[in-house]
Write a protein that binds this ligand. Structure first.
Ligand code: FEO
Length: 169
């Protein structure tokens, strides 16, 4: 595998694990506010991020590459209100999308068609992740200021269940 592509995928494992940690921090924040549905939603999001890291880990190993695990940054964000994690989550997903696109571009420049095909799933997934993050912001904007509506929204988010990624290596 092209050395740059391999290095970027290695780094992305760390970024995905950081994403898991960041979303766990958001889940933790909502727990402290008594919003168990919001917390559930972010706990599942954290699980999905770990899945993303594991897919990259397995992909590198399947291709005979070396995986190097680095330290995971502290989440370090401060949330002042119930909306803050939702806006930070969208901002973070847009950042992750840009990282995936950078790896894709490196794979394209290296004529690494296998990695491009592997990343196709992530390109699509990022579209969905940004959409979900936007939906949460829109719902909170519409209903967040009404206690009964917020209760219903919390119940809706409590109904999210984990499902394993559709991409299998
Ligand atoms: Fe792994 Fe939310 O992107």
């Amino acid at each position: 595998m092209d050395a740059k592509v391999s290095a970027l995928l290695n780094t992305q494992i760390n970024k995905e694990l950081y994403s898991a940690y960041l979303y766990l921090d958001m889940a933790n924040f909502y727990q402290s506010k008594g919003l168990d549905g919001f917390s559930n939603w972010f706990e599942i999001q954290a699980q999905e991020e770990r899945d993303h890291a594991m897919l990259m880990y397995k992909y590198l190993h399947n291709n005979g590459e070396t995986v190097t695990l680095e330290a995971i940054d502290k989440p370090g964000l401060t949330y002042n209100d119930l909306m803050d994690p939702l806006t930070e989550a969208l901002k973070h997903e847009k950042y992750v999308t840009s990282l995936i696109h950078t790896i894709y571009l490196a794979a394209k420049e290296a004529d690494d068609f296998r990695t491009m095909q592997f990343l196709d799933w992530f390109v699509k997934e990022q579209g969905e992740e940004e959409q979900n993050a936007s939906d949460n912001i829109n719902k909170m904007t519409l209903f967040g200021s009404d206690a009964r509506a917020l209760y219903m929204l919390n119940q809706e988010l409590a109904a999210r269940v984990y499902s394993a990624p559709s991409l299998v290596l």
